[in-house]
Design a protein around this ligand. Structure first.
Ligand code: PHE
Length: 451
């Protein structure tokens, strides 16, 4: 194995390039698809409050730790960990963090691109006005028909992987940065337009109340676990994306400051998505607690009945696809950087290889909705298993290991110097990451396994 090539040869060209790329990773299907439906399913306000606390108290501290480890390693997650291990004479077992990161990001990517493919199909459908005059039954059938159509799913899934690969084949500044500086503003403009549109439905206050008026009677232990799990997922923690992006961050930039920005932008986008979606749903007396179908069934139905619904439905699905794309690029980069280091491949070739591998594994998830729907083991279909394994197991496990590693692996003196925090902030962060985060994650993990 060729592990002698020099360190990474590209870095972010500015602090904001990093912040927006990382925020782009964080903003994804998690914000626009998952956050609204789990909020709906968990009764609204109180759940949002718990979720915000989870982001603040556990999410941001681990985000700081993960970006820091990435930068310290100065390479893809696996070789980065090996670098830190060598320089600090630590146990080689810590390299597990790197492997979980590279394998986890690859596995998440494989099924994430399947759902991202649905967003492309819905974009085309909405542009063609397919939702206009549709009955609830009709819209329901439309979704079921899509999932039952492997060829169509494969088509959009392949396009999505190809788009991701194309951007990454261009490298960091010409690829990721250039893409993000176009995609992010477009996403933001569409989202703001949708919120204004939602205000116009006359149900904006109902949406506001639903999101921000806490009703704790609707909360139980499982809502708290869902909120915590989602805080990790939405901040892209534990899966190598933030480690990898951190590795491209020049030493002169402050990590805590960047992490605060990333978490702020990510949370703001999730809340704005809720503010766009719920009033539109309420305007038609539809159910906010519809679960995963909220975006692909309830929302198209609502758009179908609203003035200019055709236009705004199209904008909505374009926005969803963009959000997914800025996440998939962060999920594929760790695999590419790993291949670049360990083989003699050029970036374009490494990208093609990583895309091909993603396509093959993703195909099994894609077929879980149709041809392989009856093939069930452990948690259900292949898709169910891979989602469970990555989101519920690998992600919290790695977040746990990362918090242990910054405390027990690296000397506190060095951490404090590198992170450039004031004493007070450093003490708070250090104690959270030493006691609170690992404890909270262990509770989540044990209850997930127990249930
Ligand atoms: N944060 C992304 C989202 O909310 C998903 C993601 C998870 C991306 C892990 C990268 C790593 O959709």
């Amino acid at each position: 194995m060729a592990r002698n090539r020099s360190k990474l040869n590209e870095h972010w060209s500015s602090k904001w390039a990093f912040i927006f790329a990382a925020a782009g990773s964080a903003i994804g299907l998690g914000n626009i698809w998952k956050f609204p439906y789990i909020t709906g399913a968990n009764g609204g306000g109180a759940f949002v409050l718990i979720y915000l606390l989870c982001v603040l108290l556990i999410g941001i501290p681990i985000l700081i730790a993960e970006i820091y480890i990435g930068r310290l390693g100065d390479d893809n997650p696996v070789d980065g960990m090996l670098n830190i291990i060598k320089n600090n004479k630590l146990s080689r077992l810590w390299v597990a963090i790197g492997w979980l990161a590279v394998i986890g990001s690859f596995l998440i990517l494989s099924y994430y691109c399947v759902i991202a493919g649905w967003t492309l199909d819905y974009t085309v459908k909405s542009i063609n006005g397919a939702f206009t005059h549709m009955t609830p039954m009709g819209i329901d059938n439309m979704f079921t028909a899509l999932l039952a159509h492997p060829a169509k799913l494969i088509f959009y899934f392949t396009i999505f992987i190809a788009l991701t690969g194309y951007i990454l084949s261009q490298g960091i500044s010409k690829g990721i940065e250039k893409a993000i500086f176009v995609l992010f503003p477009v996403l933001l403009i569409i989202l703001i337009a949708l919120v204004i549109y939602a205000i116009d439905t006359g149900f904006f206050v109902a949406g506001l109340k639903f999101l921000f008026q806490p009703d704790f009677s609707k909360i139980n232990a499982s809502s708290v676990l869902t909120a915590m799990g989602h805080a990790f997922f939405t901040l892209s923690l534990g899966m190598g994306a933030m480690m990898m992006y951190g590795a491209y961050l020049p030493k002169k930039y402050s990590i805590p400051q960047a992490a605060a920005w990333i978490a702020f932008i990510d949370t703001a986008i999730a809340l704005l998505s809720g503010l766009a979606i719920f009033p539109i749903v309420f305007a038609h007396g539809l159910d906010a607690g519809a679960g995963p179908g909220l975006i692909f069934k309830t929302l198209p139905l609502a758009f179908a009945k609203l003035p200019y619904g055709h236009l705004f439905a199209s904008l909505f699905f374009i926005m969803l696809a963009i959000a997914a794309l800025t996440s998939t690029i962060s999920l594929l980069e760790p695999s590419i950087a790993f291949l670049l280091k360990r083989t003699k491949l050029k970036r374009v070739q490494a990208t093609m290889l990583a895309c091909a591998a993603t396509w093959i594994v993703g195909l099994c998830s894609l077929l879980s909705f149709n041809l392989l729907a009856n093939v069930k083991f452990f948690m259900g279909t292949f898709f169910n298993n891979i989602d469970y394994l990555t989101t519920n197991m690998m992600l919290p496990t790695n977040a746990f290991l990362i918090s242990l590693f910054v405390v027990w692996g690296i000397k506190r003196k060095h951490v404090q110097q590198d992170l450039m925090m004031t004493n007070v902030l450093h003490n708070i962060w250090y104690n959270v990451i030493k006691y609170f985060s690992p404890l909270a994650i262990i509770i989540v993990l044990i209850s997930t396994i127990a249930s």
